[in-house]
Write a protein that binds this ligand. Sequence first.
Ligand SMILES: CC(C)(COP(=O)(O)OP(=O)(O)OC[C@H]1O[C@@H](n2cnc3c(N)ncnc32)[C@H](O)[C@@H]1OP(=O)(O)O)[C@@H](O)C(=O)NCCC(=O)NCCS
Length: 159
Amino acid sequence: MIELRPLEIDDCQRIYNSLQDASGFLIRNKIISEVEHHDWFARLYKDKSQLYLAITVGGKYSGFVGARDIDYIHKRGSLIIYMVKENRGRGYGNRIVNEFSGYFFKQLNMNKLYLDVLGRNEVAIKCYQKCGFKEEGRFKKHAWLDGNYWDVIRMARFV
Ligand SMILES: CC(C)(COP(=O)(O)OP(=O)(O)OC[C@H]1O[C@@H](n2cnc3c(N)ncnc32)[C@H](O)[C@@H]1OP(=O)(O)O)[C@@H](O)C(=O)NCCC(=O)NCCS
């Protein structure tokens, strides 16, 4: 059974470990050290502009989902999701994105959830499309990764 739960202390290291494998998917502009990561995690609970939840499958940590840059004036935020390798491609992504979107729109009273995804990340794009996200624009050769420049697609879904 797949579920979302609030973060626990031990998730700090789990998320850090997850991110080591995420360089091919996530668009980042610097390498985050373990110390910086722990510092970020410690401040997370009082930072209203970020909300992260853990994904569990059968009670076991299986990734995280959340929103960054949450803006309470403009009622928008940026989605982030990462699932561990062994649980990808099983339809969990759709369920988690839908569940998180519902929470984001209803509980936080938000209007817009958006994200930037690498143009080569077909699985994520399909998952987002299935959850009602639409392309808003495409930044040409916007990210440098694995020796190439890649397009970045901005997608969004409204309440
Ligand atoms: C992106 C992610 C959350 C999607 O979740 P998922 O559970 O793996 O995806 P789903 O099983 O829900 O599948 C989504 C779609 O992609 C398709 N798909 C799944 N695996 C695929 C593969 N290896 N190749 C091509 N298509 C694939 C599915 O068929 C589905 O399309 P459909 O509904 O038309 O059949 C997950 O793969 C992940 O965490 N990836 C690594 C991190 C990442 O890329 N994060 C997003 C950064 S923007």
